[in-house]
Design a protein around this ligand. Structure first.
Ligand code: HPA
Length: 279
């Protein structure tokens, strides 16, 4: 396991991608568990398996296809990551966020990040979408910050601001599009845990107490890295399972994937709408 990725590795990966596609997107989209079908909406794509890109981490998880789809959505060039890797797979937190660095190196200025998440807020129902308005970086607080190690000055400063991690204009756009399409959109705070075990009821009550509305095992490291490099972020969670605060239900990966698939049409509508109106 490599603790810190280097600028040379980022450049090497970026050069391979550039050589395999004519598109020069400024928008990156990451598809979470069960949401991979969304990549099918991309027109005239160039598709690169993650394994073909040097140093790019490859996912071992069912439901994460593992390829970079480069093409047009609403007429705008996009990089779509169909799948991602997670810390629990054994990668370092720096490796987990390597794709963000490569996309930044290639000129990405806006990142739309999606995930499947468990409800912590008891008012949330499976199948609903949640606009991420902020996050709790619990893992980063405990030391697993993707920016730990030598600072890559070409991307950003040693001590980046995180007061507006999720872009206000992009949030406003997402709300507008959800409203126009009559898609209910919750708004809340996402918290990322290391996983892979799901939470106990006591874990969930703790997460609720510290201000979380939804819990997952991704996104936050990617967003920290994105913001360090000045990339604007829109984050949307698909709520795949209800808050099991009393221990009366169980959570399975199959349930998460199935809920993800059912939410794809609403994700597609919101992402298309946001892209259409994005400056
Ligand atoms: N907990 C953590 N991660 C998740 C969950 C959950 O309940 N559902 C989907 N991803």
């Amino acid at each position: 396991m490599q603790e810190y990725v280097t600028l040379a590795q980022i450049q090497e990966a970026g050069d391979v991608i550039r050589a395999r596609s004519q598109y020069r997107p400024e928008i990156g989209i990451i598809l979470g568990s069960g949401l991979g079908e969304l990549a099918g909406a991309v027109n005239a794509p160039d598709t690169i398996p993650f394994g073909d890109i040097p140093h790019w981490p490859v996912s071992t998880v069912i439901g994460h296809q593992g390829r970079l789809v480069i093409g047009l959505l609403e007429g705008k060039p996009v990089y779509v990551m169909q799948g991602r890797v997670h810390f629990y797979e054994g990668y370092s937190i720096s490796q987990v966020t390597f794709p963000i660095r490569v996309m930044q190196f290639l000129g990405v200025k806006n990142l739309i990040v999606t995930n499947a998440a468990g409800a912590v807020n008891p008012a949330y129902s499976p199948g609903e979408l949640m606009l991420i308005k902020d996050h709790v970086a619990l893992m980063a607080m405990a030391g697993e910050n993707p920016l730990r190690g030598p600072n890559l000055e070409v991307f950003g400063p040693r001590f980046p601001d995180m007061s507006r991690a999720y872009d206000r204009d992009l949030m406003a756009l997402a709300r507008k599009v959800a409203d126009e399409n009559a898609i209910p959109l919750q708004e809340g705070v996402y918290i990322c845990l290391a996983g892979p075990s799901f939470e106990t009821p006591a874990d969930l009550r703790f997460l609720r107490a510290i201000g979380a509305d939804a819990v997952g095992m991704s996104t936050v490291p990617e967003v920290i890295t994105a913001r360090h490099g000045g990339t604007r972020v829109l984050g949307i969670s698909g709520i795949s399972n209800k808050a099991n605060l009393d221990g009366n239900s169980i959570t399975t990966h199959e349930e998460v994937l199935e809920a993800g698939r059912q939410m794809v049409p609403n994700f597609v509508k919101i992402i298309r709408g946001v892209l259409r109106d994005m400056a």
